[in-house]
Write a protein that binds this ligand. Structure first.
Ligand SMILES: Cc1cc2nc3c(=O)[nH]c(=O)nc-3n(C[C@H](O)[C@H](O)[C@H](O)COP(=O)(O)OP(=O)(O)OC[C@H]3O[C@@H](n4cnc5c(N)ncnc54)[C@H](O)[C@@H]3O)c2cc1C
Ligand code: SF4
Length: 327
C-alpha cells in the first residue's frame, strides 16, 4: 500500500457543521478509519476532504430508554459494544458480533456507523493500484467490465459487516441526518443490491444512531460467523437468528446473513416454520431458505458454492442451538 494521498481534514464539533461539510462534492466521512483509510492507501478513492466524526458527542450515546429500547450512537466503538454491560445484558449477540470483527486493535477505533457503512469487498477490487492497473480495472472503478460476472452490468462485491445481521433480526432502525433534516429507516432500507453503490444515503448524509426495539419476551438472538483465518478475517458468511418458542414450537423466527451478497439479507419465508418444532427437518428448511436466497459470487478466493453451503449450515446450527438454550 502506498502513503495516504493529500486531503483536507475537517474536525467539526457539531452535527450541523458535520452534515454541512459532508455534503460538499469530493468529501468523505471518517470514523475509525479502519475501512476507509486502507481503501485510500490502495488508491480506490481520492477524496479532496475528510470529515472526522470523532468530536461529535451525539454519536457516542449508548443508553436504554424507559420502554427498553437501546439507542447506540454511530460513533460507539466495537470494543465498547463488545464489553459494555448494558449491551451484554440486553443483546449479547451484538457483543459477540462486535468481538468477531477484525482484531483487537481495529476494534478500539472501529465504530458501529463505520461497520454498517463500510464499503463492499471483492478480490478484484481490494488490491493495490499497480495490481488493478496490471490485471485490468473493473467497473466498480475506472473499468468497464466486471471480472466476476463479465456478462452482467452490475458490481457483485460482497457486503461484509458482521454487525448487520444481528441488528436486522433485532428489528433495528437507523437515524440519519443531512443538511435537509433527519429521517429514520428500518436498517434493511439503508442498503441497495449493488456492490458499487450499496448505501441508500444521500450525499453527505450521516448515520447518527441505531435504535434497537425492546426485546420480545422469550425471544433469543444468536450470531455465528465463518471465515478463513480465525484470528482476523472478513466473513465468508455471518449469520444471526432470532427465535421465540411457545410450548416447544416456533412462535417467531427470523434469520439474516452478511458476507454473501452486496447487501445484508433478511431471509424471506421463515414465517412458514411457525408452529413447527425445532428439529432436523425445520433446521433443513431454514438451511435451504438461506441457500436459495444468498448469492455468493467469485468475489473472494473461497468458492461461491462453499460460502452458500456455509451460510445455510450456520443458520441451521444457530436455530438448533437457540432451541437447546430454551431447554
Ligand atoms: C484487516 C481488517 C479486517 C477487517 N475485518 C472485518 C470483519 O471481520 N468484519 C467486519 O464487519 N469488518 C471488518 N473490517 C472492516 C472495518 O474494520 C470494520 O467494518 C469497522 O467497523 C469500520 O468502522 P470504522 O469506524 O473504522 O469505519 P471507517 O473506515 O471510518 O468508515 C467506513 C465507511 O463508513 C462511512 N462512515 C463511517 N461512519 C459513518 C457514519 N456515521 N455515517 C455515514 N457513513 C459513515 C465512511 O465514510 C466510510 O465510507 C476489517 C478491516 C480490516 C482493515
Ligand atoms: S464484483 Fe466485479 S465490478 Fe464489483 S468489484 Fe468485483 S470485479 Fe469489480
Amino acid at each position: 500500500m502506498r502513503a495516504l494521498p493529500e486531503f483536507t481534514l475537517h474536525r467539526p464539533d457539531s452535527l450541523a457543521e458535520a452534515v454541512a461539510l459532508g455534503g460538499a462534492a469530493g468529501t468523505r466521512l471518517l470514523a475509525g478509519g479502519t475501512d476507509l483509510l486502507p481503501n485510500l492507501r490502495r488508491g480506490l478513492e481520492q477524496p479532496q476532504a475528510l470529515v472526522d466524526l470523532s468530536q461529535l458527542g451525539e454519536l457516542r450515546l449508548l443508553e436504554q430508554a424507559a420502554d427498553g429500547s437501546l439507542a447506540i450512537g454511530a460513533g460507539v466503538t466495537l470494543a465498547t459494544l463488545a464489553s459494555d454491560p448494558l449491551v451484554a445484558r440486553t443483546l449479547p449477540a451484538l457483543a459477540e458480533a462486535a468481538r468477531a470483527v477484525a482484531a483487537n486493535t481495529h476494534r478500539t477505533s472501529a465504530t458501529l456507523g463505520g461497520n454498517l457503512c463500510q464499503d463492499t469487498r471483492c478480490v478484484f477490487y481490494n488490491q493495490s493500484e499497480w495490481w488493478r492497473a496490471t490485471n485490468g480495472y473493473c467497473l466498480k472503478r475506472n473499468g468497464t467490465r466486471c471480472h466476476v460476472a463479465p456478462q452482467g452490468e452490475r458490481c457483485h462485491a460482497a457486503f461484509c459487516s458482521d454487525i448487520a445481521p444481528v441488528l436486522l433480526v433485532a428489528g433495528a432502525e437507523v437515524q440519519l441526518a443531512s443538511a435537509s433534516g433527519t429521517r429514520t429507516l428500518p436498517l434493511a432500507q439503508l442498503y441497495r443490491d449493488d456492490g458499487a453503490a450499496h448505501l441508500a444515503l444521500q450525499p453527505g448524509e450521516l448515520l447518527v444512531r441505531v435504535r434497537i426495539p425492546p426485546a420480545v419476551v422469550g425471544e433469543r438472538i444468536a450470531f455465528a460467523k465463518t471465515r478463513v483465518r480465525g484470528g482476523v478475517d472478513f466473513p465468508l458468511a455471518s449469520a444471526a437468528v432470532a427465535l421465540r418458542l411457545h410450548e416447544g414450537r416456533i412462535a417467531s423466527l427470523r434469520a439474516a446473513l452478511s458476507g454473501t451478497n452486496s447487501l445484508p439479507l433478511l431471509i424471506e419465508g421463515t414465517a412458514a416454520l411457525e408452529g413447527c418444532t425445532v428439529d432436523e427437518a425445520s433446521a433443513k428448511t431454514l438451511r435451504q431458505l438461506v441457500q436459495k436466497q444468498v448469492q455468493p459470487m467469485r468475489s473472494t478466493v473461497t468458492p461461491p458454492q462453499y460460502r452458500r453451503e456455509a451460510a445455510g449450515v450456520l443458520a441451521g446450527r444457530l436455530l438448533r442451538s437457540l432451541a437447546l438454550q430454551d431447554g
